[in-house]
Design a protein around this ligand. Structure first.
Ligand SMILES: Nc1ncnc2c1ncn2[C@@H]1O[C@H](COP(=O)(O)OP(=O)(O)OP(=O)(O)O)[C@@H](O)[C@H]1O
Length: 256
């Protein structure tokens, strides 16, 4: 992972995900500006930053859900929309609340499996993996936040992608679920996958991420190996993060 200034002419070698001079404007306002970072195969990168910093917007740009007005958002060296079989290459958790309330967890996953040309038997595997087999025939509208999140993670893993893009994936998970998820992400990367993970849970990020990228008001304010951030702050990622300009003020204006 590295910040590229100025942007290289070609995708960074081996980059599974790359934001290169990315700028995204929505509703007439620049939300992400000149953001560059890469996620290589075998790496977990934690994307950090205060509320409204532009983390979700950056992930949405990588997933082709919002168009950059400058720079590029590349997955496996291409724009998401130019990827062949993107659902088989990239798994994403963006919004666990996005499940249709009247569909069951199993129905959601079967629809996703059919779309990605994944055998239905794989649905049962991922349901078991996320601990949702027993609740798979309940309507999603009756799920707790954590149960919906488990189904969202199952959907991301369904097609055995090489790349995971996850927006606060531990949101609502119980401690055992979070423990499982972090181990799963580490194993995924150790097997050669690439993970970009936005989170406010700094202790979790410190445990799993090889590198961290910090955004503030749409710009990268830090990008470095997690070990370096920990070494610079007495072993606590929270101290490193709160020591950065911009991140120590909360949305009520209280300063640490
Ligand atoms: N659909 C939208 N309509 C209006 N403004 C939006 C929309 N999506 C994002 N924004 C704005 O873009 C900016 C960046 O938001 P984004 O969701 O990317 O931040 P974030 O870092 O993911 O924040 P959080 O930690 O709160 O999830 C914010 O100012 C937000 O209000």
């Amino acid at each position: 992972m590295e910040i590229t200034q100025p942007p290289p002419a070609r995708p960074a070698p081996g980059a599974a995900l790359e934001a290169r001079g990315l700028r995204v404007t929505t509703h007439g306002r620049v939300r992400v500006d000149d953001v560059s970072f890469t996620v290589g195969a075998g790496r977990v990168v934690g994307l950090l930053g205060p509320n409204g910093a532009g983390k979700t917007t950056s992930l949405r740009a990588l997933l082709g859900l919002v168009a950059p007005d400058a720079g590029e958002a590349l997955v496996l060296g291409r724009r998401y929309r130019d990827l062949p079989s993107p659902a088989r290459r990239v798994g994403a958790v963006l919004d666990a609340g996005g499940l249709h309330p009247s569909r069951t967890g199993r129905q959601h996953l079967r629809i996703a499996a059919a779309r990605a040309h994944v055998p239905a038997a794989r649905v049962e595997e991922v349901l078991a993996e996320v601990g949702m087999s027993a609740d798979a025939d309940r309507r999603a509208g009756s799920y707790s936040l954590g149960m919906a999140q488990r189904v969202a993670v199952a959907a991301a893993l369904l097609a055995e992608p090489r790349v995971l893009v996850l927006d606060e994936p531990a949101n609502g998970l119980d401690p055992a679920g979070t423990h499982w998820l972090l181990g799963r992400l580490r194993a995924f990367a150790d097997a050669g996958g690439a993970v970009l993970l936005s989170s406010h849970l700094l202790a979790d990020v410190a445990r799993v991420a090889d590198d961290v990228v910090v955004l503030d008001r749409g710009r990268v304010t830090a990008a470095l190996p997690t070990a370096d951030a920990l070494a610079a702050s007495g072993g606590r990622l929270e101290d490193f993060y709160l020591g950065l300009a911009g991140t120590s003020s909360d949305r009520t204006g209280v300063r640490r």
